[in-house]
Design a binder for this molecule. Sequence first.
Ligand code: ADP
Ligand code: ZN
Length: 524
Amino acid sequence: MSPDPALMLKARAALTSVYGFSAFRPGQEEILSVILDGDDVLAVMPTGSGKSLLFQLPPIVRAGLTLVVSPLIALMRDQVAQLRELGIEAAALNSSTEPDERRQIARGLKEGTLRLLYIAPERLMRDDVIAYLKGFPIGCLAIDEAHCVSQWGHDFRPEYLRLREVVQALEGVQTVAVTATADAPTRDDIAARLFVRKPKVFVRSFDRPNLFLAMRPKTNATRQLIERLDLHRGESGIIYCASRRRTEELAQELSGLGRRALPYHAGLDHGVRAANQDAFLREDGCVVCATIAFGMGIDKPDVRFVFHADMPSSIEAYYQEIGRAGRDGLPADTLTLYGAGDIELRRRQIVEGGSPDERKRVEMAKLDDLVTLCETARCRRQTLLGMFGEESGPCGHCDVCKGAVRLIDGRVEAQKALSAVLRTSGRFFFGHLANILAGKTTEAIERHGHHELKTFGVGKDRTPAGWRGVLRQLQSAKLIVRDEEDRDRLVVTEEGRKVLRGETPFALREDVIAPGRKRAERRI
Ligand code: ADP
Ligand code: ZN
């Protein structure tokens, strides 16, 4: 299709006249012009960057309805309400749509006045719904939270997999997919599974330079949080907790200290939940102690801090959750507490969860990434962005860069661990390697004859958990990596070999999890 410069002019005009915004945000204009040219697009942009505009603006300036697939009814409702307030005819079709509203949608479709129809994926799959919609000119199918298409994403939804059939049934309608979280394999997977043509892929930087990043091993979580909160008097923020009970306990404790603190989790009475969310949106200096149920679709620009009382579930969940701080671009603080108990808990949740094995491996790898980030001796931002495929230097604006992490000479530990990797031909992972190093005989160790290795028991001064910590640090420093082709194999990199030969030093974090303790403490 040939570009139509008039459309882009209209889009720019609508940005001001309809939305009241003075300018596009970074990336919006470039991507919109490609969409208005008729191309398929996959846009990966951070939370708060204004992805909705990418699929909301086209139907305002050109003919044809836009169908928006969105996974959450609450998200649909919010967006529809916002659009209507702007005077744009939009509606949502899902299990909670009333008959009256349904009739209104039918009328809007028939008369061509309806511009955006939000629809739940399982509804859109239905043959009768597709047959019905085919009777109207559809300009675009927009997929919000498109990472749900991919098994590599952190929130796979099987019903998203069939969206490609919908695109085909709608005669290859223009497809626009947006998401905030998709690493390179997830992006490739989305491109392959959703689109019938090759989409133009846009990835905006994931860096949120105004966020201060910090992570700390848990010692006394409540005290650690209170100390940090003291830096934020009169400011609003979120403290994420792993359990419902903990949100209530913490809110109570903070209230006792004179803070305005409210709990939020899916088990609370609907009225209480709505009231607490409302208080957070309206009041200054309000702290919400919440489970992950809190946040999606909450649009508060001046959240000044996001803390994690417990370790999040994955690197993407971490990024999404801290991303709720500082959307106004002003400095905001983050602090994540983690403990050996958190890691064990998450691990167990994955192992005992109902996912198929393949999926469990992905979840485990994402958990490993997060643990690596917690324990890294490198710049947090550099490590985090690296996990999203972005190369960068040390940021100067995280706890590691600011020198909060104490380092010791870890050359000998690194050499022991690296030789364990080499002597097992990279075929064994951290749990097994840690047992070899700590000299712990297990059934697997005996079966493979690994108790006869020279490295067996060379690190008796550390527990297996302590060695796992060392191995993760080696991974985070890229001394060992997973083989590109054979993901089940570890390889020692050139940098790793230099350390092994004693040519380069290696700094190890002093606070590797549970270095001496035999049993991990459990919180929660
Ligand atoms: P995302 O889906 O990427 O998280 P949204 O589309 O919800 O982000 O947009 C985040 C916020 O930014 C919303 O309040 C939206 O109205 C606002 N916004 C989007 N584009 C612009 C813009 N060009 N100028 C100012 N505000 C914008
Ligand atoms: Zn840094």
